[in-house]
Write a protein that binds this ligand. Structure first.
Ligand code: ZN
Length: 260
């Protein structure tokens, strides 16, 4: 059994008996790793609050290949992302981001680009204005699709490759927009307005580091979510929508109602 050192983001943690926790971590060097943290629920346990969701940590663990659960030995917090714990709206969006990662990654395969994207996205969720967080989540999902090799197409027809014709539909299974001429051969395609296609192209080019206000994104929100959900459900095996999406809706409505 070897000692392994890496950076990680906590995706979730659950109680284990009276005093311990099992945490699911997305690590920079070993992909998804589940660890047992003995004594972490004791008031003076050596891991402190370091296994709360979203924590950016540095860890040392006992690694044994082929074992589902590894044993945590040391933990240092690099960045706790406290705004995600103190602000319900940020908490909901942060939860969606880590839930999405849990859906798309499997096992001990490292992916430095995806790890970097997750870290940058959580930094932005902790400081971007509330109004920009829905666009940030879409940009994060689109970037993750790029990294994982499922980039959806919004600039041409996925069937005939034409960039000239009117792209009035989106075929989730083919993974992109379909022109009017090819539509008859793709009955599962859904209608999509030109402004939604234009907005998707902007979101695909945007960065999670600096979110520019996309005025049209808020008015097209429902259509963008429907389109992205149908695409992800066809291309990511375990994706059945995000549970956190409902939490985002509930919390956003409550916050809006209380500020009126
Ligand atoms: Zn076509």
């Amino acid at each position: 059994m070897a000692l392994a050192k890496t950076e990680a983001i906590v995706l979730k943690s659950i109680r284990l008996r009276e005093t311990s926790k099992i945490a699911t971590l997305y690590t920079s060097d070993y992909g998804l790793v589940s660890v047992v943290a003995k004594g972490s629920r004791l008031p003076k346990g050596k891991f402190g609050a370091g296994l709360e969701p979203f924590m950016h940590i540095s860890i040392v663990f006992y690694m044994k290949e082929g074992r589902d659960l590894q044993f945590l030995s040391e933990l240092d917090v690099i960045e706790p992302f406290l705004p995600l714990h103190r602000d319900l709206v940020r908490f909901a969006y942060g939860s969606a981001v880590v839930e999405f990662i849990s859906c798309v990654v499997h096992g001990e395969e490292k992916n430095p680009a995806l790890y970097g994207l997750l870290l940058e996205t959580l930094k932005s969720v902790s400081k971007a204005e509330h109004e920009l967080l829905s666009a940030l989540l879409w940009i994060f999902e689109l970037k993750a699709c790029d990294i994982l090799g499922y980039r959806p197409e919004f600039s041409s027809c996925v069937a005939c490759k034409s960039e000239e014709r009117n792209l009035a539909s989106f075929a989730p299974l083919l993974g992109g927009t379909v022109c009017e001429r090819c539509l008859s051969r793709e009955p599962s395609a859904i209608d999509v307005r030109p402004e939604v296609v234009a907005c998707m192209r902007k979101l695909q080019k945007a960065s999670v580091r600096r979110i520019e206000p996309l005025k049209e994104a808020s008015s097209l929100g429902r259509e963008i979510t429907t389109l992205l959900d149908s695409f992800l459900a066809h291309h990511i095996e375990r994706y059945r929508g995000l549970n956190s999406a409902r939490m985002i809706q509930t919390i956003t409505r409550a916050v809006q109602a209380s500020s009126r």
